[in-house]
Ligand binder design. Structure first.
Ligand SMILES: Nc1nc2c(ncn2[C@@H]2O[C@H](COP(=O)(O)OP(=O)(O)OP(=O)(O)O)[C@@H](O)[C@H]2O)c(=O)[nH]1
Ligand SMILES: [Mg+2]
Length: 575
């Protein structure tokens, strides 16, 4: 792996957002079922009393910093903060084919906008959707922890599991003892997520960790990305499944600076998260308890002031609508579940979990065609696959097909987070599925599980719009690299450069002889094996990708058109 020295992607990713064109899709507001049994955490310590409801505190915007805090509505605890104003669609770039707001392919209209006189079909779909939402009243949110190495991502994740009673006190005490014996005392909280020996020995996450917790309002999957630059591919696999990013920043003297300099993963992760479809970021300014910081407001403001223009101009996040800053200590837990309180009197805004609970509901295409990119598979008395449901819903006994090999099988069991067995799961859920009628060996990461009656196509070639980020060389047709698209990783070739795009997004008439750092272009990409992808317009999560080479992100892109496609099998052929 070559070094990223001095060649971070940010210089040239100035318009990364233009490329991702991540227009906020229409959102719906799930009807949360009042009959739902409330989640009552077995609190380990007497929880501090909820903040006095009478005087809702404004989200503290440190006065000295120009608008660093996104508009989180006052959050009278314990009720979560009201959702921030709907994220205005980030202004799409002028560039050509602007993806329409996300809608599932050939699907019924989004449930939110009910027409004045709904057709019978619309009404039936809306009724079905409401039923599904009622059953899944607790929305599932997938959050990815990103940021520079040692920023405190795993420690924060471990503490959240502890504070929400997902890991009991005795287990944590055991980790504490063992970590002390291993000479890594301060690392014990991270052991809840860094589960393998190498990770614990080195204190570095290698594989994107996964854990589950829930609050009174939502169910969450934590995806804990490794910060080290060598493990960016693993971070990308996690980002592909995430709805919201928590960018963890160490406020410790020297650490913020290292993470934020060129080549630091603060920058690379923020850009990659945005290009992977993570629309909203919570920036957790962490280690505020550290003795070099001691909850100093000046340090916090300084960091916020440095990050804000970068997140806006380079990573493409709108600081007003997509980004929320808050101070925490993942280690002591201050500002994580409970508010920072007297530790940090100048910040009176909501805690991290309150902020997550208060985020606007994500658009889910519950009645869309079933699409689950497989992120893991193994055998446990039958083939088991896991992944996030990107579209649609799945039920026990449903006939499904593993694409692109078109292997028909059936859903034997749906395992929710924890060990719960579910009758069904819906878009947004991160599930494990036991399959009947297929051997595990036939399944690979990057395959896509679909409904037998609504299969997807597969292809060996597609036309894409790319933005070239980090490469010293010029790229000509035939350039080979590694394609990361949803959970799939394949070698690919950029076989044709079709058009270069100018700043206004206009196509060159003639194909360019080469493209270089900073250029945008329309290209043809080919892979050796059949791949299940979709156009960005139809399914953004299956239609955006990165190209990596020698440990660097060379380009980001979105799929405009599938060519040499194998059409989906007619319904009758399946099973
Ligand atoms: N003082 C203080 N130290 C912290 C805090 N959070 C994490 N640390 C310490 O920072 C070090 C790194 O923590 P990790 O949680 O492993 O960091 P990470 O971001 O997961 O690192 P990678 O997985 O390698 O990217 C450990 O020694 C933690 O104890 C915090 O809030 N305050
Ligand atoms: Mg870690």
């Amino acid at each position: 792996m070559s070094d990223n020295q001095g060649n971070s992607v940010d210089d040239v990713a100035q318009s990364a957002s233009k490329l991702t064109l991540n227009a906020s899709a229409p959102t719906f507001t799930p009807r949360f079922n009042a009959k739902a049994p409330a989640f009552v955490p077995r609190s380990r310590a007497p929880a501090p009393a909820p903040a006095p409801a009478a005087a809702p505190t404004p989200a503290a915007a440190p006065a000295a910093v120009p608008a660093p805090v996104a508009p989180v509505a006052p959050a009278p605890a314990p009720a979560p903060a009201a959702a921030p104003a709907p994220a205005a669609a980030p202004a799409p770039a002028a560039a050509a084919p602007a993806p329409a707001p996300v809608t599932a392919k050939a699907q019924p209209p989004a449930p939110k906008a009910r027409p004045a006189a709904p057709s019978a079909e619309d009404s039936a779909n809306a009724a079905e959707e409401e039923l599904l939402l009622d059953e899944h009243f607790k929305e599932h949110l997938n959050i990815i922890f990103i940021g520079h190495v040692d920023a405190g991502k795993s420690t924060l994740g471990g503490n959240i599991l502890y504070l929400t009673d997902m890991v009991d006190k005795r287990t944590m005490e055991k980790y504490e003892r063992e970590a002390k014996e291993a000479g890594r005392e301060s690392w014990y909280l991270s052991w809840a997520l860094d589960t393998n020996q190498e990770e614990r020995d080195k204190g570095k996450t290698v594989e994107c960790g996964r854990a589950f917790f829930e609050t009174a309002k939502r169910r969450y999957t934590i995806l804990d990305a490794p910060g080290h630059k060598n493990f960016v591919p693993s971070m990308l696999g996690g980002a592909a499944q995430a709805d919201v990013g928590v960018l963890v920043i160490s406020a410790r003297r020297g650490e913020f600076e290292t993470g934020f300099e060129r080549g630091g993963q603060t920058r690379e992760h923020a850009i990659l998260a945005k290009t992977s479809g993570v629309r909203r970021l919570i920036v957790a300014i962490n280690k505020m308890d550290d003795q070099t910081v001691e909850w100093d407001q000046g340090r916090y403001n300084d960091i916020v002031a440095k990050l804000t223009p970068f997140l806006k101009k380079t990573a493409g996040y709108n600081p007003k609508t997509d980004v929320i800053f808050l101070p925490i200590s993942g280690f002591t837990g201050a500002g994580v579940k409970n508010r920072v309180g007297s530790d940090c009197p100048w910040y009176t805004g909501p805690s991290l979990l309150e902020t997550l609970d208060g985020m606007q509901a994500i658009d889910r295409k519950i009645n869309g065609p079933l699409r689950i990119p497989i992120s893991e598979r193994y055998n446990d008395m039958g083939a088991i696959v896991s992944g996030k449901i990107e579209s649609g819903h799945i039920k026990v006994n449903q006939k499904v097909v593993i694409m692109p090999e078109r292997r028909a099988c059936e859903v034997a069991q749906i395992l929710g987070e924890g060990e719960s067995k579910e009758e069904m799961a819906v878009c947004g859920d991160n599930v494990r599925i036991k399959l009947r009628g297929i051997e595990e060996d036939y399944i690979q990461n990057g395959h896509v599980l679909v409904d037998a009656k609504a299969q997807c196509g597969s292809t060996r070639a597609f036309i894409a719009q790319v933005k070239i980020l980090d490469t010293k060389n010029i790229l000509t047709s035939g350039y080979r690299s590694v394609l990361h698209v949803h959970t799939s990783i394949e070698e690919c070739g950029m076989t044709k450069l079709l058009h270069k795009l100018n700043d206004k997004g206009q196509k060159s008439r003639l194909p360019p002889p080469f493209v270089k750092r900073g250029d945008s272009a329309i290209v043809r990409i080919e892979v050796a094996k059949l791949l299940c992808v979709e156009t960005f317009k139809d399914f953004p999560q299956l239609g955006r990708f990165t190209l990596r080479d020698e440990g660097k992100t060379v380009a980001i892109g979105k799929i405009l058109k599938l060519v040499e496609m194998e059409a989906p099998a007619p319904a009758a052929d399946a099973n």
